[in-house]
Design a protein around this ligand. Sequence first.
Ligand SMILES: [Zn+2]
Ligand SMILES: [Zn+2]
Length: 111
Amino acid sequence: MGKIKRKELLAKEFWAPKSAAICILCKREIPKNQMEAHHLIPKSKGGEHTEYLHSICHRQIHALFTETELAVHFNTPEALIADPEIAKFIAWIKTKPIEFNKRSRKSDRVK
Ligand SMILES: [Zn+2]
Ligand SMILES: [Zn+2]
């Protein structure tokens, strides 16, 4: 069991960027297990460019905006940060540790 886990980790590291990624929302370092890629223009709208952010920051974007809104109004990090709801979220998440992720708490315990 442990051996399989380690192999998975190695594969992940190979895929992940060498240097630490910085979240486009909260501008803090992203631990590897919280790293997610966001399409600034949703894939369904033909977007290809991705930026890294925390899993929880990523979820917040998709909780607030539809794919059309993302494609039309929020297709740059600057536009996202300028939104009052996102600004409020950033101020809040900055008070939490960089590993903070509301939903992962339960699954961490199961592991
Ligand atoms: Zn973040
Ligand atoms: Zn996304």
